[in-house]
Design a protein around this ligand. Sequence first.
Ligand SMILES: Nc1ncnc2c1ncn2[C@@H]1O[C@H](COP(=O)(O)OP(=O)(O)OP(=O)(O)O)[C@@H](O)[C@H]1O
Length: 284
Amino acid sequence: MTAHTHTGTPTRSTGSLAAGIEARAATGALAGAGNKMDAKGVKVFYGAKQALKGIDLEIPDRQVTALIGPSGCGKSTFLRCLNRMNDTIGIARVEGLITLDGQDIYDREIDPVQLRARVGMVFQKPNPFPKSIYDNIAYGPRIHGLASGRDEMDEIVAKSLQRAGLWNEVKDRLKEPGTGLSGGQQQRLCIARAVAVSPEVILMDEPCSALDPIATAHVEELIDELRENYTIVIVTHNMQQAARVSQRTAFFHLGDMVEVGDTEDIFTNPRDERTQGYITGRYG
Ligand SMILES: Nc1ncnc2c1ncn2[C@@H]1O[C@H](COP(=O)(O)OP(=O)(O)OP(=O)(O)O)[C@@H](O)[C@H]1O
């Protein structure tokens, strides 16, 4: 089965994360230049069952790429390949090539923990740690040794919360538990936590499915702001959301990537009848 393709690097800071965030913002002019990640012939098996049949997909730098398609078609499986989260599933086996800035992320030299700092993830259900708001954010930078002292850590926490649009709501209650926030605030806390380790790519697996419409709108606005500095890949069942937040959309069907292109083209002029059927609600 062939896929239709419609047609469209920041340096990682090893020192101060706050400086890294600033540097990333300063190089915003590079937005959209080239592909951040590239998948070629990606197959995934869960035991004997094949979930992905050979996916080719380019992930452009500092754009939002939406993965859509009917339940069980392999969107989350593909997303998890991008930061090797499938490594944590014993029966999962991944074949093919996935690169980040041209480097094979499945290379033996690559440490998956370091990779996941560069390619962060936000899950469907907000999952703050049972810790204070401050410590939720500081956890990753502590593990990765990104702050040399308390002042620097305070700065990272503040900048990450600002980036996630949560600072004003929580700046006076940083010692309170993250679990005490509303669902929408918790999800923005999780986005701040992902941002705190200065990732280059943020993967989002249905990040709004547990949120009400107001919280959803908030997170969608945030995604739009984040793409200035980060490459984002989002799995969503909500086609309006894909149309609102993404610049590129890839349609998955039964383990294949059927069609990818500019979001507007995919929604107004899908080439494959399976894509057309899905976006017009004939199935899925
Ligand atoms: N941990 C796992 N073990 C075994 N099979 C799995 C596992 N995770 C996913 N699968 C199977 O792989 C296929 C693709 O699942 P995946 O969750 O990637 O699809 P999806 O498109 O994200 O679905 P949904 O939209 O319902 O979340 C499905 O048949 C699913 O049952």
